[in-house]
Ligand binder design. Structure first.
Ligand code: GLN
Ligand code: ZN
Length: 769
């Protein structure tokens, strides 16, 4: 086929769509079902209605081929577990008795049965349920959901393409089931899994699927030769099937790297590749393998995970290059649109001009359709769209929001020395010891105390105008008083104000920083029925006025013990937002860091001697490919140091991290040069303390001795045992005693009891020194 006919055939498609509905109808129906207020049939009807309206929305926008099977009541990896019959033993009876109820039991657990573990879907903020596999796992095909959803779309007269998690990715995402050796590699089950996929593919073919998409995002990560070999075998075997639909193997979130030649040679009918900036290398790599002769190429040129408008001319030029590489080139978003909110036009509080810079799922559909049209019919067919796009891009590029000369000048003037404390740690430690006068094994918490119903009511009252700012301030102060007096009474050494004024650790700061936008309806799925509304980091960042000082100062006025100031670090501020794509992430992080640096300075000036800058996202934002790690860690650690290094030597800087294994970033943790770090450790029995010690980590650390993820109260003896384990790795002079994370999701009764036990444990172990 010539480039010209490849162009003429260009079609628009997407891989998946937001599931929740315009008003989060799905969340409401599922939670209603959990509470027994919505019947299973009513839930199914709501879900079917949402699928139908999504497909209609896609078709009305001009998307030629719609995805099916991407819908989920909870998570598409869990759906895949059901599809391949890998339901864990402990859930099997429940699933057999009631498929829907059993499905949610796997996702959320029950009183007696633990759920599947949940973890992040690659480097997004979506979480999936981890398949549990072992040498005894027997797979059986259950294509019912996929087939039913395909038939629904076909019945609407649409061209539909089922989307499945591919077999290699499914196995690479799995972990050994409980009781199975940790060395077990799920990928060894490939030969057992492939026949099940073959059966599902045959069922889909029989139900009318011309194409089926198999998603293999795991192949954009560093993969061993054995893993690449497994991918080769998988697609050789599936490709060799006779009774099958055409196969489209999709990858996204990064470049395919070594996996590209493997898939290019595979006997499948098409590849879907990411061609957005972070995966730009796919373009040259595709040329290097000689293109995909005889195959369909689906080009992900519209970023499926950010909320910015596409640069249509740039995408067209990429698409133009791609025409020479394949038999047929189609246009798509780079990944499922699951990761973006539904519709920017629902936003009422964003200035119309700025709103034109934003593209949520619905706007991305239009971009994809425009690009496919431009490709098929030539740019003259989209003259008006191109002109409007150029104008919007120009307005964004020249806006005062994205160009604050003062912020830019300040960021440009930052020197290496600005990101260094004035004295090395050992000297600072001496000064801090003299200044703070803390006992050995000092006790503290991570920052938040229980976010009570009353606090949420107070915030809602303030928003609704039922109370004024002064009334709100009264309620917050009352809460701070209670938190401070409890900590004094309990005997904690370094106190916190409890963060009662914060709705969320990122949103709270985003609302106060210039350059951030808030959305009203920008919900995206985090996991199950949990949706978050990430703030939009749209422009140059500055801090018009102090953000936390008055609360910390108030708390400090109530006590003689040191009160720790509490901030969210620059990396986490980026990680849990939609970040601007018009400059390197490191530049954006530096601007946030400078704003935080001013806050740190103001806290110190207000008499705060201990300041904690939380970076729970440092590990999770680590790029998917190890070649990208050094550059990321360089800007990330620099941004942290820039925000914290302006203080006096005797001011103690803390940081905090959780949710992760830290083994592979200990050097980065060291590079933060924080005086004290608190880390999640209770469930791994202080593993991180041993990792820090093995690295020779020279500063103070508080591996958590209280697992805050459940209401369970650890006994004083249990906390003491963990503390003694910590002491084996970290000497008493440098060991802190604290919980794993903040207490905002906990209730007061267990918080009280647990912290009393934690202080008792510290006293006991101090007595043994
Ligand atoms: N200071 C925050 C809190 O205690 C930290 C939260 C987090 O690490 N996720 O809530
Ligand atoms: Zn935490």
């Amino acid at each position: 086929m010539t480039a010209k006919s490849a162009a003429a055939a260009a079609r628009a498609t997407v891989y998946g769509y937001p599931r929740q509905g315009p008003n989060r109808e799905l969340k409401k129906a599922i939670e209603g079902y959990w509470k027994g207020r919505v019947t299973a049939d009513a839930l199914r009807a709501t879900a079917a209605g949402l699928r139908r309206s999504n497909w209609q929305q896609l078709a009305d926008a001009g998307i030629h081929e719609v995805p099916t099977g991407d819908f989920s009541y909870y998570d598409h990896v869990l759906d895949t577990t059901v599809m391949v019959g890998a339901v864990p033993e402990r859930h099997r009876d429940a699933v057999e008795a009631d498929a829907l109820g059993g499905y949610f039991a796997m996702a959320r657990g029950t009183q007696d049965v633990a759920p599947l573990e949940m973890t992040k879907w690659f480097d997004t903020n979506y979480h999936y349920l981890v398949p549990e596999l072992g040498p005894d796992t027997v797979f059986t095909a259950d294509s019912a959901k996929q087939v039913a959803e395909l038939k629904e779309a076909l019945a609407l007269g649409l061209t539909a393409r089922p989307v499945l998690v591919g077999p290699v990715t499914y196995l690479l995402l799995a972990k050994p089931a409980p009781g199975v050796s940790a060395d077990f590699e799920p990928l060894t089950l490939l030969d057992r899994l492939l026949p099940v996929y073959a059966e599902v593919l045959a069922d889909l073919r029989a139900a009318g699927a011309e194409w089926v998409q198999l998603d293999e995002p795991a192949l954009v990560q560093d993969r061993t030769p054995a893993e690449l070999n497994a991918a080769e075998r998988a697609y050789r075997d599936l490709g060799a099937l006779t009774d099958r639909p055409k196969l489209l193997v999709a990858s996204y979130f990064n470049q395919l790297g070594e996996a590209l030649p493997v898939l290019a040679k595979a006997p499948v009918d098409g590849l879907a590749l990411d061609f957005t900036d972070s995966a730009a290398a796919n373009l040259d790599a595709l040329a290097a393998v000689g293109g995909l002769p005889g195959k369909r190429l689906v080009a992900g040129v519209v970023n499926g995970r950010n909320i910015w408008i596409n640069d249509l001319s740039k995408s067209l030029s990429i698409l133009g290059t791609l025409l020479g590489f394949a038999d047929r080139v189609d246009v798509a978003a780079s990944c499922s649109l699951l990761h973006v909110p539904l519709d920017a036009s629902a936003e009422r509080d964003i200035e119309p001009q700025v709103l034109r810079w934003l593209a949520f799922a619905k706007q991305k559909n239009a971009e994809i359709v425009t690009l496919a049209k431009g490709l098929a019919q030539g740019t003259v067919a989209i003259t008006a769209e191109l002109a409007a796009n150029r104008a919007d891009l120009a307005s964004r590029a020249s806006s005062p929001i994205t160009n604050d000369p003062a912020v830019r000048a300040r960021a440009a003037a930052v020197t290496e020395a600005d990101a260094r404390r004035s004295q090395p740690y050992t000297e600072r430690a001496t000064a801090q010891r003299a200044h703070l006068g803390l006992p050995l094994l000092p006790t503290t918490t991570i920052g938040s105390f229980p976010q009570t119903g009353e606090l949420r009511v107070a915030r809602a009252d303030l928003r609704a105008g039922r109370i004024d700012a002064a009334g709100y301030e009264e309620r917050i102060k009352a809460e701070i008083q209670e938190v401070v007096s409890f900590q004094e009474k309990t005997g904690l050494d370094v106190l916190v104000h409890g963060e009662p004024e914060r709705n969320d650790m990122v949103q709270y700061f985003a609302e106060q920083l210039t350059g951030y936008l808030a959305t009203q309806h920008g919900w995206v799925q985090s996991y199950g029925t949990r949706y978050v509304r990430p703030p939009v980091l749209a422009g140059d960042i500055s801090r018009p006025e102090p953000m936390t000082v008055r609360w910390t100062r108030y708390a400090q006025s109530l006590t003689d013990r040191p009160v720790k100031g509490m901030l969210t670090g620059p990396v986490t501020m980026l990680a849990w937002s939609f970040v601007r794509d018009d400059q390197p992430l490191g530049d954006t992080a530096r601007q946030v860091a400078l704003a935080l640096r001013d806050e740190v300075g103001d806290l110190e000036a207000a008499g705060t001697s201990v300041i904690q800058v939380d970076e729970p996202a440092l590990r999770e934002t680590l790029p998917l490919r190890s070649t990208d790690h050094p550059a990321y860690l360089a800007w990330a650690t620099e941004a942290f140091r820039l925000s914290t290094s302006g203080v006096r030597p005797d001011t103690q800087i803390h940081t905090h991290m959780c949710y992760a294994e830290f083994g592979d970033i200990v050097q980065a943790i060291d590079d933060l040069d924080a005086d004290v770090i608190s880390l999640e450790a209770a469930r791994s029995h202080m593993q991180v303390a041993r990792e820090l010690a093995a690295h020779g980590y020279p500063r103070e650390a508080g591996p958590g001795v209280y697992d805050i993820h459940s209401p369970r109260v650890p006994s004083a003896e249990e906390a003491a045992t963990l503390l003694r384990a910590g002491l084996k790795a970290i000497p008493a002079e440098r060991l802190w005693v604290n919980p794993d994370c903040g207490l905002k999701t906990r209730g007061w009764p267990e918080t009280r009891a647990s912290l009393e036990n934690l202080v008792a444990a510290a006293r006991t172990v101090r007595g043994e020194l």
